[in-house]
Design a protein around this ligand. Sequence first.
Ligand code: MN
Length: 409
Amino acid sequence: MSTGSASRERTWVDVPAGSPFGLDNLPYGVVRTSAGHHVVTAIGDQVVDLSAASAFGVLPDPDGLLAGPSLNPLLAAGRPQWTQVRREIVGLLTDQARAASTQRCLLDARDVVHVLPWELGDYVDFYSCEQHATNLGRILRPNTEPLNSNWKQLPVGYHGRAGTVVVSGTHVVRPSGLRPSGDDGAEYGLTRRLDIEAEIGFVVGTPSPLGRRVPTSAFRAHVFGVVLVNDWSARDIQAFEYVPLGPFLGKSFATSVSPWIVPLEALEHARIAPPQQDPQPAGYLRSVEDWGLDITLQVRINGEIVSRPPFAGMYWTPDQQLAHMTANGAGLRTGDLFASGTVSGERQDQRGSLIELTWNGESPLRLADGTERAFLTDGDTVSITATTRGDLQPHIGFGEVAGTVVPAR
Ligand code: MN
């Protein structure tokens, strides 16, 4: 797949050197305007109102895929249309003749208010990082094999709550639940172990019919693009409830996503071979293309970087996750989101959750302001960003997924 020779052209928009939003990125978002929710893209420090450009007739959009109020019409349209729409946007931003008439569609990126850019279908979260799963195994089940015996046979996952997926900037109210108390008991109260999970999410565009599985080779045909995900987690609630059916209320109170969906086309230069899998997985899980992605995440607490998780080391890749999700004939819906699972590297400063960074609270982080964190405190703001190689620009950005913890009302 090519990002188009068009991306070799120059845009008439002033793009600062080193901007994560060059002509080779062009992520999609939705912002609130006086005329409703409009579809936008980012270029340099500007946001282009694509709904307005389409309405003004400067951007061809015969099927109304960019009309708003969400990205779902575009998501549902499928790969050939995604390629065509991207080509039209590159055309608009490189066509000097349309520069003047498009100026009124440009907004300062600092002024826009993002909303959740698509209507969620189902939400699935995987557990596909070997280092993370090993760390959690050591912390939660000491003196046993850290990885369960099924972990290298299939991508372990759980169904999350699509209705509580929120856009970056949405406050996260400290949740309550039953948490362990005394020897065997539990009591209801505010979580004392509020945590984060730094992840990457994949947004499904093209649906699939019930009863037909989707092979790994159909990844490009079904997956539209990528978001950053923070899978907020209440570790004490999770610890008490998770046996035997897995995460539930310890996770479902909120999951934050970045406001931009970076299209798959922008990530061609990020693709790498994933780690060797041993044992070889079942036939339906075998990849026909490399979908390891060399993306580095950055996790900040109150502005201070506390971790840089490397996505390149993920054991299970998104094409395998897609095939696994549908291996039983479960259909895909436009807007389904599946997330990677917490991303953690081998080094201490590459761990994508506080439970790992502080080893279950035993070794609190000391922040620059002198305070310590075992888990999150009310008022803390967590932000996750990420970068990877681009085609033209030195790197492609994903924006950020941020959220502030607020006290329960
Ligand atoms: Mn997770």
